[in-house]
Write a protein that binds this ligand. Sequence first.
Ligand code: GLA
Length: 394
Amino acid sequence: MTAASPKPELLHNATEIYRSAFGRAPVVCGWAPGRVNLIGEHVDYCGGFVLPVAIDRQTVAVSSGFEPGGSGEGGVVLVSAARPGERVEWRLTEFPRLTNLPVWCRYIAAVIGEALDGADPPPGTIHLAIAGDVPIGAGLSSSASLEVAVALLFEAVTGRARARVDTARLCRRAEHAAVGVPCGIMDQYTAALAEPGRAVRIDCEIEAHRSVPLPESVRVVVADSGVKHALAAGDYAACRASCERALAAIVQAVGPRPNLRRCSMADLLLASGAMKHEDFARARHVILECGRVSQAVEALLRADLATVGRLMAESHASLRDDFKVSCKELDELVERALGQPGVIGARMTGGGFGGCIVALVEAPRASEVVAALGADGRLAFQTPAAGAGGAASL
Ligand code: GLA
């Protein structure tokens, strides 16, 4: 795991708003990237495999640590470059009564609350300033990037560093607490442990990864459908519940299985009479998608790009037809991407119901593909596989 560095312009923005809000310079920063998932969707909470890369868009958080004065013992004072003029304050003892806070602050309050884990906060008040360029609500894990940036900053401030996988777990708990989304580990794990130039194949059952170098001949391109996804709206929780019902029916029919990743298609077929078609189709997606991730990793390692492209197409079709988390705009954008010269594969990425598509593109064509996908003003960009977040003194 190599921590990259904070993007200079984001560090500058965060430092400037800190200075103008609080009248002094911050002394420590934490940062973490967003992510885009190449393949392995809606399988992380089923113990499956995923293959994300960190993107070169980040959240940066700066602070001077706990200081006397301010709004009192255990106080937090927060400003954000995205919210000019807004200044939010709360007491750490208020956690977990997060609903009093604006949603964007709940992630931060939840991370700090989880990090303290019932312990008394250090004496004094902590001032924080946030700046970031991960698009919000586009399925690129802006929330995980915020959580991990703040968690790493808080570790630096309190001198209590954790193993990175524990930081990822803490941030996942924070996401659950902050907005009630029962997400898997993929986004927070990627922000905390990604490696530059590589995708990470995360085994979400044991929460460990192997890194997968991307062939030099390919580029990762992301394009936004413009449809805002709202995971908190309950659709995500419904997907997860569907998978849990299917697993329960399989266990009933064929015996103990720890998760859907450990179920075979034969298991599923034996239990199919005991579940609704919706649950059957979602479980079929999970079981087959886990196999596709393993095949995609092998294909990437031997630079068999045609196979990677076919697997991405199968993944998209399965998310559209079986898992039912795509939408018209995502389907059209995938089609448009596949029509561009040099595109190896394309699919929706992330939780779905809107958000982005990801395409793997032959390197010399990447700029043209970005221009074509972004022609109507939508967000489209290519990204290197970035490194994990980190923290540093300023
Ligand atoms: C969201 C969640 C992840 C994962 C994806 C779907 O991004 O936060 O844990 O489940 O959806 O693959």
